[in-house]
Design a protein around this ligand. Sequence first.
Ligand code: ADP
Ligand code: MG
Length: 292
Amino acid sequence: ATPLSVMVGTGKGAQAGVLIRSAEALETAHKLDTVVLDKTGTVTEGRPVLTDIRPADGFTEHELLRLVAAAEADSEHPLAGAINEGARARGLAVPSASAFDSVTGKGVQATVDGRAVLVGTARLLADVGTDTSGQTEEAAEFSAQGRTPILAAVDGRPAGVLAVADTVKDDSAQAIAALHHLGIETVILTGDNARTAAAIAGQVGVRRVLAEVLPEHKADEIRRLQGEGRTVGMVGDGINDAPALAQADVGLAIGTGTDVAIEASDITLISGSRTGVVTAIRLSRATMRNIK
Ligand code: ADP
Ligand code: MG
């Protein structure tokens, strides 16, 4: 594109809250045939709320939540925030934990009241040999509702399941429908479990889901899609998303996300609007049409 048409395109983008950081990004966006959306904070609000507490035998709701909140107190994960807010709202006194350790993309462990508390995915608990078959049904029930089940083990034994819900963004379905209308395929990419991801995908009309992807493998999934001959846009907001944003042909960061994500991206959607993805692609198509 000519410098003038790039200036015009970039200027129109800025007016619409779409900050295009390079001429190359504006030129590449018209070729996108696939847009990958991070689930948490991109398709959803990214403000999870504790909704359910189902203790296993030998635990009360409050005892389970107290232990889990203590183990999560030092975690920076949004799910940990939801759990601690849930404990606070119920007026629970959360004890302090020691020996805190986080397992990226899986959960946390800590010692609370002299007990070993492990909190996270079914896979994390299975990794240490905890049998969670008693929690499978409840976890499936939460997942089917699009909620994230969080399992807990205390001293190696199952202690129950919590569920956390994150509302779908009100403009997600609209943005996804508009992308489909432009002939672009959409994919949800997430570390969350496959059933929860499928339920959220169903709510917003996305047909393809890449779930249970560890943070360090998100960029690999983008590379794999590119290997299928696709030109891939990636929309994300978090620290975990930076490598995938950088790997994508065009990385689009939600403006309310982390600085790391914004730095790794080619386009920033300020005001956090999901329809900005559509605006960016339309602008790119218009810019490239003008110069042909
Ligand atoms: P996302 O793709 O949504 O950013 P992550 O890779 O951060 O997901 O985490 C993947 C999954 O690991 C979460 O859905 C959750 O089940 C589990 N998990 C990660 N961190 C925690 C935590 N601090 N507490 C409980 N579960 C966690
Ligand atoms: Mg994330």
